[in-house]
Write a new protein. Structure first.
Ligand code: SF4
Length: 453
């Protein structure tokens, strides 16, 4: 179960948190277990089976690459993103894979990494099974993992019995009502409450770690703006952030919509980097990784007077809102559609912006609620299974909607008809009711109505 700011925000690589970050972590967990049980030296074969959504959109979401890299001992937050192609080419050209980076086994991708397109594991739509064999072809270790969204990975036991927190939080909350009650009773902002809880979790240098997240987001924006060319994957989609930036620099300063274009630019830059497999912050997923950096970058450029304070308050408040979705609904598009990605990121950014603009906790809750209310029913239908169309533009929409949601909330007194807990429950119910073809399978919506060339 997630409790920390750093559970919601993690440094990773694109293009997908559930389909890239998760499977890489699963592969790494598996080879770590092989090592812990001293089985690695007798391992001569490893197979990876991908099921459900992991299989159906796995090619476009680089699940195959991520699984291989995880077996090589790589993890998303430290992998050298510029070296990924070299590592994969080495395995593919030689049919040899260094398990955990040191024990070489024969590995032929077409035989050992299998996409089970028609089979869903009953427990979760994002399932994968990894199996290790010895030289007699005897099974020596097998694990089933589920990538449950946002880069969270659990095995079958953890899925049924999530590990419980071993420390007592000063301000535990399971829903927005409890969160607001703590804020009211103890005269705390949502950010202050989150930081006190984070201290109780034993996290050191919280400000430094939050600032690091922003530095990674900011570097991602800069790389996205600086890079031109065609995105990988076959859609031949041209990167647009670079040209947008040049047009903005040359533009008419009296254009009142200029500031919106900066938001669009930041979101697009991040998600073009994500689509290219670059370094991003999962926020709370990779497909939606542009929304929060775009709104935060816009705030820092146009509104903020104290950058350090603004960054901490923005990220900590956004995390509190994200935790509510993680606890009570889902941030996995395979479970609830794009509501769980762009919708949640929009809600987090809306609440966070309301907070840094001086909103009360009630106004923050209102902004977060509005941010989700108008994303309800949003399906996931990426063309060719790539995190490109509609994903990249959809981040710009999520960011703009978040700003509008926070403005609506800041103009109210915090009293409103629909509460965040109710909209979270509605989002989850809507997601469960959504047909599976609209949940990260590329079997419906734009994915089948647009001919990809
Ligand atoms: S449509 Fe939304 S949920 Fe689906 S891959 Fe794109 S950003 Fe993620």
């Amino acid at each position: 179960m997630a409790h920390s700011i750093f559970d919601l925000f993690k440094v990773g690589v694109g293009p997908s948190s559930s389909h890239t970050v998760g499977p890489m972590i699963a592969g790494n967990r598996f080879v770590n277990q092989l090592q812990q049980q001293q089985l690695i030296s007798q391992t001569t074969k490893v197979t990876v089976n991908l099921y459900g959504s992991l299989a159906l959109t796995g090619k476009g979401h680089a699940t195959d690459n991520a699984s291989i890299l995880g077996l090589m001992g790589e993890v998303p937050d430290t992998i050298d993103a510029d070296n990924i192609d070299t590592m994969l080419n080495m395995v593919r050209n030689s049919n040899e894979l260094p398990l955990a980076g040191k024990h070489w086994i024969h590995f032929t991708e077409s035989e050992h990494l299998l996409f089970n397109f028609t089979e869903f594991l009953p427990q979760h739509p994002n399932g994968m099974k990894i199996s290790a064999y010895d030289s007699n072809d005897q099974l020596i270790l097998e694990q089933t993992y589920f990538s449950v969204g946002g880069g969270f990975v659990v095995d079958a036991t953890e899925l049924d019995n999530p590990p419980q927190l071993s420390v007592a939080l000063p301000y535990p909350f399971d829903n927005a009502k409890q969160l607001l009650a703590h804020c009211k009773n103890h005269e705390l902002s949502i950010c202050e409450l989150m930081l006190l809880n984070e201290q109780a979790l034993g996290t050191s240098d919280i400000d430094g770690k939050i600032n690091h997240l922003w530095q990674v987001m900011s570097a991602c924006i800069e790389r996205g703006i600086a890079t031109t060319g065609i995105l990988p994957g076959g859609l031949k989609l041209k990167r647009r952030a670079n040209q947008m930036h040049l047009r903005l620099l040359d533009g008419d300063p009296s254009d009142q919509f200029d500031t919106l274009d900066w938001v669009n630019l930041y979101a697009m830059a991040v998600n073009e980097e994500n689509a290219a497999g670059g370094r991003v912050v999962t926020a709370p997923t990779n497909g939606a990784a542009g929304v929060i950096p775009a709104v935060l970058a816009w705030y820092l450029k146009f509104k903020c007077k104290d950058q350090a304070k603004g960054i901490t308050e923005f990220i900590a408040t956004a995390a509190a809102i994200g935790l509510l979705y993680k606890k009570n609904a889902s941030i996995s598009a395979a479970e609830v559609g794009c509501q769980g990605e762009i919708g949640v990121a929009c809600s987090m950014a809306a609440g966070a912006l309301a907070a840094v603009m001086g909103g009360t906790p009630e106004q923050v809750e209102n902004a977060a609620e509005i941010g989700m209310e108008h994303n309800l029913g949003l399906t996931c239908d990426p063309i060719n299974g790539l995190v490109q169309v509609p994903c990249i533009e959809r981040n710009t929409m999520g960011a703009i909607k978040a700003i509008n949601a926070s403005r609506l909330a800041l103009q109210s007194d915090g009293v409103h008809h629909v509460h965040l807990d109710e909209v979270i429950a509605t989002m989850y119910q809507t997601g469960l009711d959504m047909m599976s073809k609209y949940k990260e399978t590329s079997q419906g919506g734009l994915a089948i109505n647009v001919i990809a060339c």
